[in-house]
Ligand binder design. Structure first.
Ligand SMILES: *Cc1c(COP(=O)(O)O)cnc(C)c1O
Length: 395
């Protein structure tokens, strides 16, 4: 091994003013959930995304869960979910006892394929599902259950084809929960990710483009829904001098201390996006002439925050070099990289559920590698990465 400091895939990157907001929370004794930083952070998020209302929560996962509760997702209902995502997207469906129906990606954004989505909707409506080859179908799938929501994801910051997805959703009148956990600041022709669906969700986990160390938000233009989300997220306390409850509550609110970090991070969001996009340009520049290595360019009008830069490595064209060979070579230099997210339809825990394939996510998982993408990467880090990458891809 070497004694260089480890270069991480996507470490937190704190700016100058986070501490000030956190100090304010201490100075005013707002070390509780709720408080001025929570209100301020919610206003910042609404302004940034162009969505009217935001609820700051303990995690992005909590935001997805609350969105599904607000859409009345019940045990046995169907919820359509992008297969190529992080498990949190699909876990929330199971928290409600609902049945995830996985939809594959298209090649231009790596996100939910609108054509496969329509097939999945028709199957949910008829109860007529194709057999899932990876499944023994031992867990019964009820037929003609209610389809309650569609969850597309903007993976690695690249917007999904929201116009086509929303058109299908509107045609069949199915609400959309947009998982924008990785896509704060991404947009299509100026319309921000998180603002297309009935609900948008964000994450401020430590690895995301901005962080509160842990946190998330639920976005919606529907004020009553966001008010309800805040109520459910703070233990569903009815107005009464004693503790009174007429609904099951959750402890999902963001604390005023962490919201202070969020307010500081919002001041540097545009810088963080510029830095992440510069990482992507760096990798394209470095590897564009290496045969068998390809990137995900932005479709016309699409703007990605480039949360993670990733490459596809086709060993048929690289002379046999695989993405795993590259990953191990980087690891030897103490540089973290990671295969693209393993699709949900390939995960043991989700294998019994229906899946509508295009073949794309299987290929992406086989060939794809996420490269170090932190906004705090230094020129020295880049030199190390370049040296390690070039040593393996050109020998
Ligand atoms: C991070 C992430 C989540 C979950 O967010 P947490 O804040 O970690 O709970 C959900 N979906 C996607 C696509 C994510 O990347």
């Amino acid at each position: 091994m070497n004694n260089h400091q480890r270069i991480y895939l996507s470490p937190p990157h704190i700016g100058k003013s986070e501490q000030t907001f956190v100090n304010d929370a201490f100075a005013t004794n707002w070390i509780a959930p709720l408080g001025p930083n929570v209100d301020g952070f919610e206003a910042d998020l609404a302004r940034q995304t162009g969505v009217k209302h935001a609820a700051a929560l303990s995690s992005g996962t909590a935001a997805i869960h609350l969105a599904l509760i607000l859409l009345d997702v019940q045990p046995g209902d169907y919820v359509i979910c992008q297969s190529l995502t992080f498990s949190a997207t699909a876990n929330a469906i199971r928290y409600q006892g609902a049945i995830p129906v996985f939809v594959d990606s298209e090649e231009e954004t790596w996100n939910m394929c609108p054509l496969a989505l329509e097939k999945a909707i028709l199957a949910c409506k008829s109860g007529d599902f194709p057999m899932h080859p990876a499944s023994d179908r031992s867990s019964p799938v009820p037929t003609k259950s209610n389809l309650k929501a569609i969850i597309p994801v903007h993976l690695y910051g690249m917007p999904a084809k929201m116009d086509a997805i929303m058109a299908v959703a509107v045609k069949y009148n199915i609400p959309v929960v947009e998982d924008a956990a990785e896509a704060l600041g991404s947009h299509i022709n100026g319309k921000q990710c998180g603002s297309f669906g009935d609900f948008g969700i964000l994450s401020f986990n430590g690895n995301k483009i901005i962080t509160t160390s842990g946190g998330g938000a639920l976005l919606s233009d529907d004020e009553a829904m966001i008010r309800r989300a805040r109520f459910l997220a703070s233990q569903a306390r009815d107005p009464a001098p004693h503790y009174q409850h007429s609904a099951i509550g959750y402890n999902y609110r963001m604390s005023n201390v962490l919201a202070g970090i969020g307010r500081g991070q919002m001041q540097v969001l545009s810088q963080r996006i510029a830095q992440r996009r510069a990482n992507y340009d760096f990798y394209v520049d470095l590897l564009k002439d290496v045969s068998g290595i390809s990137f995900l360019p932005e479709p016309e009008g699409f703007f990605s925050n480039r949360w993670l830069s990733s490459i596809l490595v086709d060993p048929a064209k690289t002379g046999g070099i695989t993405r795993e060979a590259i990953r191990l070579a980087l690891e030897k230099e103490n540089i973290e990289s990671r295969p693209l997210w393993k699709p949900m339809h390939q995960q043991p825990v989700f294998s019994p559920y229906p899946f509508f394939s295009t073949g794309v996510s299987d290929k992406l998982f086989e060939l794809g590698l996420c490269l170090p993408s932190g906004s705090s990467l230094t020129n020295q880090d880049r030199d190390r990465i370049a040296k390690a990458l070039m040593a393996v891809v050109v020998g």
